[in-house]
Design a protein around this ligand. Structure first.
Ligand SMILES: [Zn+2]
Length: 182
């Protein structure tokens, strides 16, 4: 049932690219948003920045994970190939470093989903504190909030999480499951 965000980050990256940026693209969601409020150019710039930041972060990650004695191929020209490249270049690393890589990629997948208006992917993760399915995305504060009132602190302030925390917990659960299965 609840298995996290099932659409792969690479698939979301490709979707964003074809729907918002590819020549002649412009998916239905982009058109709707454009009619509603902002000029299309502003939206595309925003999406362009998002994709560039995501690719830059992954490139920096590969650089930081592989030390100098350990050369890696330059990043791919196509942004859609970024995750495949990242995983290939770091496949020989120890488990802990591969997990931190997977958490970054998974967190980017959540960011792609939110950018595409699919913030409900957050609900597919249990709260790291109370373990209930009460998590939701607070668009204004750009943070994950647990709606379970028993999870709130003594002043009634809801527990909040970053997307990075949610991704790290998800990857940790996934590798614990994989370890049990072997
Ligand atoms: Zn909670």
């Amino acid at each position: 049932m609840h298995s996290g965000d099932t659409t792969s980050p690479a698939e979301r990256l490709r979707l964003i690219h074809t729907h918002f940026l590819a020549p002649g693209g412009g998916g239905p969601r982009a058109e709707r948003t454009a009619r509603a409020t902002e000029p299309a150019a502003a939206i595309r710039l925003d999406v362009y920045d998002h994709l560039r930041d995501a690719a830059n972060e992954v490139t920096a990650l590969v650089k930081s994970l592989c030390d100098e004695a350990d050369p890696y191929e330059p990043p791919p020209a196509r942004v859609e190939d970024t995750y495949r490249w990242c995983i290939e270049e770091t496949a020989h690393l120890d488990e802990q470093r591969q997990r931190s890589r997977d958490a970054v990629i998974y967190r980017q997948g959540l960011q792609h989903a939110i950018l595409m208006g699919d913030a409900k992917v957050i609900r597919r993760h249990p709260c790291p504190d109370c373990a209930t399915w009460g998590l939701t995305w607070d668009r204004r504060r750009e943070t994950v909030v647990c709606l379970n009132r028993h999870c709130a602190d003594d002043d009634g302030q809801s527990t909040t999480w970053t997307l990075a925390q949610i991704a790290e917990k998800h990857i940790a659960r996934q590798s614990a499951r994989a370890a049990r299965a072997t």
